[in-house]
Ligand binder design. Structure first.
Ligand code: AMP
Length: 355
């Protein structure tokens, strides 16, 4: 028996009832519902206002039913019913962000994965401490503006999507920086970005082992980010600045990528360290997570961020990726979640994967 994340009372009903995979109608919901349906689980889409029409276009990924709430904050009022019905909430970036990490944490419905991870992910300093403890290579951090000695990226706390980030090619350019909230200053790493989609199972005893369980690599993408990714078309940065155009990193889509095979040992080692340290710190980052890094020209993978739940880049692979095809056929991250849930139920280990 491994580490219990949930009290037994919270998951008791799921021994008798088929789990109903429940998530917000956004982000990676199509893939999550598609995977749950493929594994014979129930599905419930939480919609704010009217359920979105786009599900009509995707019959294999439509949830069995919708729960429409006027505001996402109202979901808490349905907790008792959801629990009784056997709902299991799958957190996504949108779900947690719209609801707020605190309200999400207080939701009295079983959540897939460890809800304690939210506190570690939403605070950039705490996340850095975790990664440093894991001994993972990261971009340098500057304590203050006066210590900057090269190109930097200045990120605001919680500014997911990278709106308002500030780039400076040299300390001189920092004169233009007008902070609008708490921020961190990071070395701007020049290289190529990769977003590696992993899954940590505390139940598995096969494959790439970590201290408790094992990890799988299920896919990889690169994010399309507006307007930075296309700015080069307008020419040099100086001119852009003069024209009042500032780079932003708002994600608009994703493209599949594959890593040089010789870099896989580095990425697996990094992912395993992050998972092992998460077990020591808060009982483990169970389920899907994403290691986001930049590979430099000397082939060093530097981690600038981790996402501690399913990322939208996994939507590229509803029927498998170049990596997951080598684990099992037709294995999306959504389906992997459903499989873990089923296994935990069969082995009576639900408290280890739900919180
Ligand atoms: P984040 O909010 O940390 O995920 O960063 C948003 C985006 O900013 C990333 O997807 C990258 O394109 C870019 N970025 C973040 N950190 C760095 C870094 N240290 N060096 C270069 N680009 C970065």
């Amino acid at each position: 028996m491994g580490i219990a994340l949930a009290p037994a009372s919270r998951v008791a009903v799921l021994r008798e009832r088929t789990p109903i995979v429940t998530t917000l109608c956004s982000h990676s919901s199509l893939q999550i519902f598609h995977g749950a349906r493929a594994e014979g689980l129930g599905t419930l889409g939480v919609a704010v206002g009217k359920p979105p029409r786009f599900y009509e276009a995707f019959p294999l990924a439509r949830p069995d039913r919708f729960l429409a709430v006027p505001k996402i904050a109202d979901l808490g009022r349905h907790a008792r019913t959801l629990r009784k019905e056997g709902a299991v909430v799958v957190p996504t970036g949108s779900f947690v962000e719209y609801m707020g990490p605190e309200a999400f944490n207080d939701l009295d419905v079983p959540v897939f994965g460890n809800r304690k991870v939210l506190g570690w992910e939403s605070d950039r300093e705490k996340e850095r401490d975790w990664l440093e403890m894991a001994g993972v290579p990261m971009p340098r951090k500057f304590a203050d503006l006066s210590s900057v000695d090269g190109p930097v990226i200045i990120k605001y706390y919680g500014a997911k999507g990278g709106k308002g980030f500030f780039l400076a090619k040299s300390p001189k350019e920092l004169g233009d920086f007008r902070p609008t909230g708490p921020y961190v200053i990071q070395e701007y790493v020049v290289g190529t970005r990769y977003y590696a989609h992993f899954f940590y199972s505390p139940l598995s005893e096969e494959g790439y082992r970590v201290r408790h369980g094992s990890i799988e690599l299920l896919g990889m993408d690169r994010r399309d980010e507006a307007n930075i990714d296309e700015l080069y078309k307008l020419g040099a940065q100086e001119g852009l600045r003069q024209a009042g155009i500032r780079p932003t990193f708002v994600v608009t889509g994703n493209v599949p990528v594959i890593l040089r095979e010789s870099l896989l040992p580095q990425v697996f080692d990094i992912a395993a360290r992050i998972v092992d340290t998460s077990v020591d710190l808060f009982g483990g980052m169970v389920g899907p997570f994403c290691v986001e890094g930049i590979v430099t020209e000397d082939l060093q993978f530097k981690v600038f961020e981790i996402s501690t739940r399913i990322v939208a880049g996994t939507n590229l692979f509803p029927s498998g990726s170049s990596y997951s095809d080598l684990v099992a056929p037709q294995l999306s991250t959504g389906r992997r979640i459903a499989l873990e849930l089923k296994r935990a139920r069969t082995e009576d280990r639900l408290v280890e994967v739900l919180s």
